[in-house]
Every structure is written in structure tokens, then in C-alpha cells.
Write a protein that binds this ligand. Structure first.
Ligand code: UDX
Ligand code: UDX
Length: 462
């Protein structure tokens, strides 16, 4: 089976970069990424590449190489489906906000809409690839819809979950630890394998059955999130015992059985995947009456929520139990460095907690816009839109922002924050000058020598 044309539905954080790299590495295959959102497609087509809808280091160069050659972005979903031999589904699968499974199960309405559209448009056989992270056995539903509503053509379904992390998407795509392909039909699997073989070594391309592939994606995210919650649980213990969490991480990470990665204590994990996928896993386990299994994984989320509110409480307690009217400067709003993504970012929850105490918050993030920050805060629904704008202000210049601040809180580990002139910052702030480092980013000996009152998550340095 030879693939000449590919369509991808969903031009988001997953679909956009993944298809860009597939097109870059397979110049003879035409790749069309479609999305219902016209504004997003226009941004992908931005001629000077500075307004691409997502920020990822290296993405602009990949798009520059392939776009217009064999990579296209469009809102014409029907045409792309009609022409394609292979269709990737990469639309979002948010946590349900209504009905059965509300707050836990994945909302599959967009997936179903895609399936129905593919079925009604297709006039030739297609390979349909699940790229979105989905509950186990979604492929079955997909197959039913395609076969029952289609025009008699054949659909082969594959699961090919994406493991890229934001901020390193291009590097992860160029050099993946593994590519996972689940499916039943050998010919379809081989067709998808051949796309990846253009740049990924054969031994890193794993083949499994459909259900293992769907489940493996959820489990990978659950294990990663569990490591963060595990070290964050230890961070609280470190603070009361006098241990230092970075030292503990280093000591355990040297054990090759444990490994050094994903042991950085933080104000909590964010991002669009970890919480959603664990909730989903918990929901699936409950729906099979596996109470202990569900409770076990749910604890990862409970600990993460605790870590965010514990950080906010630490700020309040340290500042003499009141932050009312005090200026607290947030460095960072994104859920991690090198991305403009703010989904589930701990910063918004910490801000919300402090705003409840009438703090006056100012925010600087190198890549997140003021509109996005207000959108995030408003989405929590805690207070009115006017109140959010009165209590929280967004700055484009960190030094301007810090003038007369009572405290600084580091919410994202952007490299530039380390390089600031902290002596100058100290002189601009009110005394005593508090720094709450939610990412263990700054040099504690420098902070102490400059006479900041410095708190770093997981260590009780003065
Ligand atoms: C999403 C999911 O969150 C993740 O679980 C999955 O693995 C991949 O898809 P992401 O790419 O980060 O991840 O989502 P998002 O940036 O929201 O992109 C989805 C895009 O699909 C949006 O641009 C949206 O407009 C588009 N979409 C959604 C459609 O084109 N059609 C639809 O019916 C629904
Ligand atoms: C994650 C998975 O890594 C990726 O494989 C999957 O495809 C999507 O979900 P992402 O959410 O982009 O990727 O970022 P990741 O680097 O995993 O970080 C998630 C969160 O955990 C961030 O908020 C990060 O700050 C936090 N984190 C990560 C820690 O607090 N400590 C760590 O040691 C690592």
C-alpha cells in the first residue's frame, strides 16, 4: 500500500508539529493539516512565521522547509479527507464537563464528529489513525461509526499515540525514544511504519495490538505524573526535616533502576495531558469496579492539588499571614518553560488562591499574552471579570513589574529568570524582600547573600 496523501484533522499542539515533521521527512507525500478554526489555520499560514499559533523551539524552521512544498494548512476538511489515503485524527479530547463521567471521563464528541465526517465523505479505502489520546477501546467505537455510516469503503484503524512533550516537541519528534503503532491489519501498519522509517531507526518502532497502544499512552503519562507527585510529596517532608529535595533527587536518581529524569520537585505539574489522562484512567478503572486501582491513581492528582495550594499557603504564612494589598510579582505563567501553553498551569491556581486573600498580583511571562492570562483566570469562575482585572496586572517588562513588590513568586522555570540582575531587583523591592521559588530555579546562596528572604520548594533554607 503506497501512501501519497495524508490528512490530519486538528492543527493543535499535537497535530501541527507532528505533521510538520512527517512532511519534512517525507517530501514525496502531500500532508494537509485541517482545522475548523480559521484563525488558527491563518496563523499556521503566516508568511513570516513569527505568528505561528504555537511556540516551539525549531518549529519555524521545519514549517519553513516543508510548507508550500508538501505541507499545507487549510479549513477545507472535506477536500482533505476525500483526497487522503491516510487520515490522522488529532482533535482535542477534553475532560467531560457535563453528564455521566463529568470531571473525569474523556469527552469524545469531537472524535465522533470526525469519524462521521470521514465516513460520509470517503469514496475510497482509508487508513484512519488515532493520534489523540483516547480511552482504551475507542477504536472499537470509531470502527462501528465508520462501518455503519460509510459508503461501503474499507477503513483500517490504527492507534499511534504521540509522546512529544511541549517545549521540546521538535527534538522529541526528530529523535523519539519510540514510535508506538497499534493495529490489526498488517498492510496498514506497514504503511504507517514506512512514514516513520524515513527518519526513525527500525528498532524504535514498536507494534502492538490496538488496545495495548491506547492504554500505553495513558499509562506513560500516569507514570510520569506519578513521579512528579512522588517527589513533590517528599518535598514537603524535606521542608519539615531539614533535608533538601534536590539532594534527595540526586541521590536516588543515581540509582540506575530509578533513573534521574522527572525528579524535579515543583509547585505542581500542569499541561493538557497529565491530569486529564489520569482522571481518564481512574474513570476507566472505576467503570470496571477496580476501586483500589482507581484510588491509587487518583492520589497522584490529590497530591498535585495539595502542592499548588500548599505553595500559596506558604506565601501567605511567610508574609505574616496577610497578603491583602501586597504586591506579589509572578515570574512565569506557562505550565513549564519554552512553551506559551497555559493549560492547567499551576500559576493560575496559585494566583486564584492569593487573589482570594486580596493580594495585588502582577505577572510577567516571556511568551504568554495578557489576554491568555485573563482568559485562564476568568475560566476558573471565582470572581468577576472586572475584579480579576482590578486585582491582577500583566507586564511586558519584568523590571518595571518588580518595582515596589513585596514578594516575587517563581511559577515557571524560564532560563532568563536565573540570569536577571538580582542585586538590582533587590534594590527595587520593598523590605523585607521575599522570593518564593516554586521551581527550585534560583541560586540559593546568591539569594541569601543578597538578603532576600528566600523559600525554595523542598528545602528550608532561611
Ligand atoms: C489534543 C488532545 O488534548 C490530546 O489528548 C490529544 O493527544 C491530541 O489532541 P492538542 O493538539 O494539544 O491535543 O489540542 P489542541 O491544541 O486543542 O488542538 C486540537 C485542534 O483540533 C484545535 O485546533 C481544534 O480547533 C481542532 N478541532 C477540534 C477540529 O478541527 N475539529 C473538531 O471537531 C474539534
Ligand atoms: C507530557 C509527556 O511528557 C509527553 O510524553 C506527553 O505526550 C504529553 O504530556 P508535557 O505535558 O508537554 O508532556 O510536559 P512535561 O515535560 O511532561 O511536563 C509536565 C508537567 O510536569 C509540567 O508542568 C512540568 O513542569 C512538570 N514537571 C516535569 C515537574 O514538575 N517535574 C519534573 O521533574 C518534570
Amino acid at each position: 500500500m503506497i501512501i501519497r496523501k495524508i490528512a490530519c484533522i486538528g492543527a493543535g499542539y499535537v497535530g501541527g508539529p507532528t505533521m510538520s515533521v512527517i512532511a519534512q521527512k517525507n517530501p514525496n507525500i502531500q500532508v494537509t493539516v485541517v482545522d475548523l478554526n480559521q484563525e488558527r489555520i491563518d496563523a499556521w499560514n503566516d508568511s513570516d512565521l513569527i505568528n505561528l499559533p504555537i511556540y516551539e523551539p525549531g518549529l519555524d524552521a521545519v514549517v519553513a522547509e516543508a510548507r508550500g512544498r508538501n505541507l499545507f494548512f487549510s479549513t477545507d476538511v472535506n477536500k482533505a479527507i476525500d483526497e487522503a489515503d491516510m487520515i490522522f485524527i488529532s482533535v482535542n479530547t477534553p475532560t467531560k464537563t457535563y453528564g455521566k463521567g463529568k470531571g473525569q471521563a474523556a469527552d469524545l464528541k469531537y472524535i465522533e464528529l470526525c469519524a462521521r465526517q470521514i465516513a460520509s465523505i470517503s469514496k475510497s479505502d482509508k487508513i484512519v489513525v488515532e493520534k489523540s489520546t483516547l480511552p482504551v477501546r475507542t477504536a472499537e467505537a470509531l470502527k462501528n461509526i465508520l462501518e455503519n455510516t460509510g459508503n461501503g469503503v474499507n477503513f483500517n484503524i490504527l492507534s499511534n499515540p504521540e509522546f512529544l512533550a511541549e517545549g521540546t516537541a521538535i527534538a522529541d519528534l526528530h529523535n523519539p525514544d519510540r514510535v508506538l503503532i497499534g493495529g490489526e491489519d498488517a498492510e496498514s501498519i506497514n504503511a504507517l511504519v514506512s512514514l516513520y522509517e524515513a527518519w526513525v531507526p527500525k528498532e524504535r518502532i514498536l507494534r502492538t495490538n490496538l488496545w495495548s497502544s491506547e492504554l500505553a499512552k495513558l499509562v506513560a503519562n500516569a507514570f510520569l505524573a506519578q513521579r512528579v507527585s512522588s517527589i513533590n510529596a517528599i518535598s514537603e517532608l524535606c521542608e519539615v526535616t531539614g533535608a533538601n529535595v534536590d539532594e534527595v533527587s540526586r541521590a536516588i536518581g543515581q540509582d540506575s533502576r530509578i533513573g534521574a529524569k522527572f525528579l524535579k520537585s515543583s509547585v505542581g505539574f500542569g499541561g493538557s495531558c497529565f491530569q486529564k489522562d489520569i482522571l481518564n484512567l481512574v474513570y476507566i478503572a472505576r467503570s470496571y469496579n477496580l476501586k483500589e486501582v482507581a484510588d491509587y491513581w487518583e492520589q497522584v492528582i490529590i497530591l498535585n492539588d495539595h502542592q499548588k495550594s500548599r505553595f500559596a499557603e506558604k506565601i501567605i504564612q511567610t508574609m505574616y499571614n496577610t497578603v491583602n494589598g501586597k504586591k506579589i510579582a509572578f515570574l512565569g505563567w506557562a505550565f513549564k518553560k519554552d512553551t506559551n501553553d497555559t493549560r492547567e498551569s499551576p500559576a493560575m491556581y496559585v494566583a486564584d488562591h492569593l487573589l482570594d486573600e486580596e493580594a495585588s498580583i502582577v505577572v510577567y511571562d516571556p511568551k504568554v499574552s495578557a489576554e491568555q492570562i485573563y482568559r485562564d483566570l476568568d475560566s476558573l469562575g471565582t470572581r468577576s471579570i472586572e475584579e480579576n482585572r482590578r486585582l491582577l496586572k500583566v507586564f511586558n517588562d519584568p523590571l518595571d513589574m518588580i518595582q515596589d513588590a513585596h514578594a516575587i513568586a517563581v511559577l515557571t522555570e524560564w532560563d532568563e529568570f536565573r540570569g536577571y540582575d538580582w542585586k538590582l531587583i533587590k534594590n527595587k523591592m520593598k523590605r523585607p524582600s521575599f522570593v518564593f521559588d516554586g521551581r527550585g530555579l534560583l541560586d540559593s546562596s546568591l539569594m541569601n547573600s543578597l538578603n532576600f528572604t528566600y523559600y525554595s520548594i523542598g528545602s528550608n533554607v532561611k
